[in-house]
Write a new protein. Structure first.
Length: 200
């Protein structure tokens, strides 16, 4: 099964002109931060990388206005690229680079356009299957609220590498206790990443 080893984001939503790099060197990664720390931008960057779209724009009528010219960071210098790139170990066991570059941002009436490259060669989203990345059809086109099989009110996840967005620090081998409301949120994102068949 493919695995994301590193994610690099430049000029996408909350991410500015300096490329932000996240290394995923543990079986599970948790990104934590307060409001407006970039958690949603990170999740949407992963979605954009694999699908070339943001499903929330289509699912919520109010989001059409929110997303007009919103993928490219407003503070990005002219000529600088907006892109999301991942270093991935494919199902073939080899390391690959996937990069999606924004060509044209969303407008109120038009979807965004982008260019997807695998190891430097332009490909279609469907061609990600050549390295084991299989997306659902259509990818993420419906909301995914996953019912939990375990009715327990708490879940403990051990040996997790956590990036603390508030203190800008990395915590190794942390134990994370997920309460009821966050179990549903975790299930939501697990379903998104399962749709891509990728796990950090």
């Amino acid at each position: 099964m493919p695995k994301i080893d590193r994610l690099t984001i430049q000029g996408f939503r909350a991410f500015g002109p300096v490329p932000a790099k996240l290394d995923f060197d543990a079986p599970i990664a948790v990104v934590w931060g307060q409001n407006s720390e970039g958690k949603t931008s990170l999740a949407e960057a992963v979605e954009f990388l694999f699908t070339g779209d943001i499903a929330r724009r289509e699912l919520l009528s109010s989001a059409v206005d929110e997303f007009e010219n919103a993928l490219r960071n407003a503070h990005l210098p002219a000529g600088a690229e907006t892109y999301v790139e991942a270093l991935i170990t494919g199902s073939d066991g080899k390391t690959h680079t996937i990069r999606r570059t924004l060509v044209e941002d969303f407008t109120k009436r038009k979807a965004c356009t982008s260019e997807l490259k695998l190891d430097g060669t332009t490909i279609s989203t469907a061609e990600l299957g050549t390295i084991g990345i299989e997306l659902s059809e259509p990818p993420l086109a419906a909301s995914v609220a996953v019912a939990q099989d375990n009715p327990a009110s708490q879940t403990l996840i051990t040996n997790v590498h956590v990036f603390d967005g508030v203190n800008k620090a990395r915590v190794e081998n942390a134990n994370v206790l997920i309460e009821d409301n966050l179990i549903r949120a975790a299930g939501f994102w697990q379903e998104i990443f399962s749709a891509c068949r990728l796990f950090f």
